[in-house]
Design a protein around this ligand. Sequence first.
Ligand SMILES: O=P(O)(O)OC[C@H]1O[C@](O)(COP(=O)(O)O)[C@@H](O)[C@@H]1O
Ligand SMILES: [Mg+2]
Ligand SMILES: [Mg+2]
Length: 336
Amino acid sequence: MQGRITLTQYLIEQQRQHNSLPADLRLLIEVVARACKMISHNVGKGALGNFLGSAGSENVQGEVQKKLDVVSNDILLEANEWGGNLAAMASEELEQIHLIPHRYPKGEYLLLFDPLDGSSNIDVNVSIGTIFSVLRHTDKTRTPDEQSFLQAGTQQVAAGYAVYGPQTVFVLTTGHGVHCFTLDRELGSWVLTQSNMRIPHATHEYAINASNARHWHPPVQRYINELLMGKDGERKQDFNMRWVASMVADVHRILNRGGIFMYPADQRDPTKPGRLRLMYEANPIAFIVEQAHGAATNGQQRILELMPTQLHERVAVFLGSKDEVDRVTRYHHEMG
Ligand SMILES: O=P(O)(O)OC[C@H]1O[C@](O)(COP(=O)(O)O)[C@@H](O)[C@@H]1O
Ligand SMILES: [Mg+2]
Ligand SMILES: [Mg+2]
C-alpha cells in the first residue's frame, strides 16, 4: 500500500494479507472508530456543548460519573447496536452487560469498553481517551451473560484505544502488530500514521502515582526506591517520572518512546488490587503492549493469562518496556 492509507483501506488490506480479519470484525472496528470520532467531537466542544462537569450519578465502582463518561458510553452503545456482529457489550459505566436485542444469541463478538479513560482530566483539558476489547461469543446456543465475557485476555481478537489530545489518534491491534491512525479533522477520516509500533526494551522513564507510596507492598517500594536513587544507587543511572493520570495517554507515550506504567495493588483494601479494571482497561492495553514487544504483568504473571472472575474486577498493572517490567516482576517473585 502506498500514499495516504485510511483505516478502512488498512483493514481491507489486513483481510487480504492475513485472511484472519473477517468482514464482520472489520465492520465492528470501523463502527468503534466512528464512535470515537463522535466522542472526540464532543470532547473538543467542552464547555461550549455543556459537556464538562459531573453527571450527578455514580457508576458500579462507586465513582462519580462525569457528563462525558455518560455521553461517551451512550455513543458507543448506540453505534454498536447496529454495527458489527455483536451479541453483547459491557462497559465500565454499566453494572450489567448490555444485550443486543435484535441479535443475541447469534452474534459472533462481545465488545467491552472504558468509554472515557482519565475522567479526572476532562474538566482541565488534559488528554483523555477510550479503550476497547473484542472477544468471541463462543457458546451461541445460549443468551450471553456475564460468564460469556469471563475469558482470559489471550482470547481477545482485537483491542485498541483512542486518545483525545492535541491530536486525536486511534491505536489498534488485531494480533498483527500495533498501528496508529490520526484523525484528519477536516476530512473526518482516520489516516495511518505509524505502523508496527515498538516499545524499546530499555527505558529511563517511569509512571506511578507516588502519592500512594506509603501503602505500597515491599517489592514496589524496593523498585521505586532504586529508581529514585538514580546514579547514586544500584541502577547507576537517573530516571525521569511522568504521570498524566489518563492511562491511555501514559501508554501512548510509552508506545512512542518507552517507559514503564504502574498501578500496583497496595496494603489498603485487599478486595481492590490496584485501581484499573482487568477486562476493559488492563487486558486491551496489555494486548497492545505485548504486540508492540513490551510486557504486561500484575507483578506475578502475564495479565493476558489471568482468568477473570468478575466483569468489573480490578488488577495490579506493570506494563511497558520489557526490561523494567521483568525487573519489578522478579522483585515480586523474590520477595513473595
Ligand atoms: O487518580 P489517579 O490515582 O492518578 O489514577 C489515575 C488512573 O485512573 C484512571 O483515570 C482510571 O480510569 P477512569 O477514568 O476510566 O476511571 C486511569 O486512566 C489513570 O491512570
Ligand atoms: Mg479508565
Ligand atoms: Mg472510564
